[in-house]
Design a protein around this ligand. Structure first.
Ligand code: NAD
Length: 456
């Protein structure tokens, strides 16, 4: 069992620290944000992440997990220091490395005995060397190793992703450091989780390449959705048809309003910027973000197509977080839509199961509603933006009655176009046919064929 310091208590750091404590290690999580630390010390989890509160409370109670705003004692008392601070985008798309560099300076300043410094933040290739240089410049000895151990957890299922990952990637330049980190992950490889043991640079690149590939799948299916709309095909059928090919796989093939969140947008931009500073032309990687930006605009166009001008209209927005099971609003397609609607004079009735408080702080004029039905009341149009489970089976006849105009933009393809037509909605979705309102279009007979199977 190791003594571990985790620097940064955001999504990545808090989950990492909590899960490593659950593996039996002694973990101290530190943050420069004193308010956040005080909250954590009082047992309040500052982010919405299913399951996190229970695991955190259990490990804090057992004395294996603690929180502090004092970096020095936390770093000095730990054998292993994880850097989990933010790596946001600069306006150029390159990574703002100031938080990582500041963390490395602190580690260097307080380095006394041998330590393994682990970069878990998503960082460009070459950061391992840079962090080592900064630490060296502060402590004037080389009694440490820098390891890359990128994190692949997804917000909304972060605990499960950490405890049951598809793989663990460790990039190290010394056997001593590799063994120390392997020791931490023993509970996972004992459970047959594949371990990718490699050099630091490759580990750093694996993270960016993974996120760019996943984002590319989303942009790809969104472009296919646009072609489907032009020719009357159904993107959900197409996604199933291609996703059943093992070489492609079914994940990240849901057409929608474009990707968001704290990772894909910045990581795709960072990979393109890294390529550019290495003199490498990457047109495919650059186009991922361009397609995503266009897809967000497409949703605005679709809503305009349903409700006309936004000025003076009341629009209901269901779902504000960038995906279900998180309260994270960063780069959320719903937030972009809210900004456009507000700029054009619409009044917005919004509901999200987890992020209302954040949203209200960001948009004081947003009308925050206690449930989807209240949000739909008096609306001239409703935009369904996030795939929360509670939006999948709403009482749609009731929604229709509550709305002033029954116009529904379903950005997550949660509802059936025929059913919505039968209910009297003007209904638009992504990559599927738009059926004329006020008519009944016969359903294709194959839709109820017993061999059709479940959607993958
Ligand atoms: P975040 O912005 O939510 O949290 C970062 C935290 O680090 C903040 O609380 C900040 O106060 C703290 N911090 C900054 N400088 C510090 C310092 N010197 N010492 C101690 N604390 C400091 O970020 P996040 O979403 O947790 O992401 C962190 C890193 O993990 C990023 O590189 C991100 O790309 C990566 N990552 C994130 C996710 C995710 O789902 N959010 C998943 C995988 C990887």
């Amino acid at each position: 069992m190791k003594s571990i310091c985790v620097m940064g208590t955001g999504y990545a750091g808090l989950v990492t620290g909590t899960c490593l404590a659950d593996f039996g290690n002694t973990v101290i999580c530190v943050d420069i944000d004193e308010e956040r630390v005080a909250q954590l010390q009082a047992g309040q989890v500052p982010i919405y992440e299913p399951g996190l509160q229970e695991v955190l409370e259990r490990n804090a109670r057992l004395g294996r997990l603690s929180f502090s705003a004092e970096l020095e004692p936390a770093i000095r008392s730990s054998e292993i220091v994880f850097i989990c601070v933010g790596t946001p985008s600069l306006p150029s798309g390159a990574v703002d490395m100031s938080f990582v560099h500041a963390a490395a300076e602190s580690i260097g300043g307080y380095m006394d005995t041998y330590k393994v410094v682990v970069n878990k933040s998503t960082v460009p290739t070459g950061t391992g060397d840079r962090v080592a240089t900064i630490i060296n410049s502060k402590c004037n000895h080389d009694n440490f190793d820098v390891v890359s151990n990128p994190e692949f957890l997804r917000e909304g299922s972060a605990i499960d992703d950490f405890m049951n990952p598809d793989r663990v990637v460790i990039g190290a330049s010394s056997e001593r450091a590799m063994e120390a980190i392997l020791d931490i992950y023993r509970p996972l490889y004992k459970n047959d989780v594949p371990m990718v043991l490699t050099d630091v640079e490759s580990a750093e690149m694996i993270k960016y390449a993974s996120n760019a590939f996943l984002a590319a799948k989303i942009s790809f299916i969104n472009e296919i959705a646009c072609i489907c709309e032009a020719y009357g095909a159904d993107v959900t059928e197409v996604a199933r048809g291609i996703g059943l090919d093992d070489r492609i796989g079914p994940h990240n093939l849901s057409a929608g309003p474009g990707y968001g969140g704290s990772c894909f947008p910045k990581d795709v931009a960072a990979l393109a910027a890294t390529a550019a500073s290495g003199g490498v032309d990457v047109p495919l990687i650059k186009s991922i973000a361009q397609t995503n930006a266009r897809q967000k605009q497409e949703m605005v166009k679709k809503l305009r197509g349903l409700v006309g001008t936004f000025s003076g209209k009341t629009i209901s927005v269901l779902g504000l977080s960038f995906k279900a099971n998180t309260d994270d609003l960063r780069e959320s397609p719903a937030i972009g839509l809210v900004e456009t609607l507000m700029a054009e004079g619409a009044s917005i009735r919004a509901y999200d199961p987890a992020s209302m408080e954040h949203a209200q702080r960001r948009f004081p004029d947003l009308i925050c509603c206690p449930d989807p039905y209240d949000a739909a009341t008096g609306a001239d149009g409703l935009a369904l933006m996030t795939e929360w489970n509670e939006f999948r089976n709403m009482d749609m006849p009731r929604i229709r009655e509550l709305m002033t105009q029954p116009r529904l933009l379903d950005c997550r393809n949660l509802y059936d176009p025929h059913e919505m037509q039968e209910l009297g909605f003007a209904y638009a979705s992504v990559g599927r046919v738009e059926l004329p309102m006020g008519e009944t279009t016969p359903r294709p007979s194959w839709k109820s064929h017993p061999l059709r199977g479940l959607r993958s």
